[in-house]
Design a protein around this ligand. Sequence first.
Ligand SMILES: [Zn+2]
Length: 280
Amino acid sequence: MKKNRQKLFNIIRKTALALAALFGLILLIFAIFGRPNHELELIFLDVGQGDSTLIKTPDGKTILIDGGPDNKVLRGLGKNLPFYKRRINFIILSHYHDDHITGLIEVIKRYRVGTLIYQSKTPDSLLMADLLKIASQYNVELKPLAGQADLSFGIGCDLNLLNPDILGIKKDPNNSLVSRLDCGGQKFLLAGDNPAAAEKALLASGWPLEADVFKASHHGSNTSNGAEFLEKINPRLIVISVGADNRFGHPGSFFLERATALNIPIKRTDIEGDVKIFAK
Ligand SMILES: [Zn+2]
């Protein structure tokens, strides 16, 4: 009887030691691989016909600009964030169309989202109402943006946001918040689905548009991404977030020709899947 008890005690002791060693090993792996690597990462997620861009800043913050047309964004986040990273500090919604908004609802349910920034005076839509309701339920801070905002992510890493409504342009459902990230000496411009009128107003405003990487507006449509706008941005790379064989004919052939004429290389999510850009 005593022998059996001793045996049981030994088994428990060995199991506890093994578990402690395993726990220690897991902590060590986290310490080595879980540290922020002080690199900026932008991932233009392949969400089909829509937009969703994940940004990981050097100070360890996460930003999601738009959420794509469905829950594919969750797969993209799962692939590109470590499993223990459940916090998204900022969601920026460029405009209320379903190919930008839909995925955000499930993101808010499954991640701890800090702040949702969106255009003030968004037209009434069921999806927008749903998004704001869910965001409130999950204690996400709501920040409607009427003008401009600057978010800082440590020294030399800033995200400037602009609502083109303040430029006095005509109402257009494609008018979108413009995001310009200036981080570690590299600049990235994302202008949602902004049409030509908004581009013209942006050019006239003198707002800084130059960028190393430009996410083509409106999935590379011909009616956005004007030649003058592209010349002003002067990017070394254009990324198009677009679904294969989409019914809109995106990206437009005239836009592709404009980019080719300016010798700007293009990467497309329908061809390459997630487009990842790393910068120091
Ligand atoms: Zn769109």
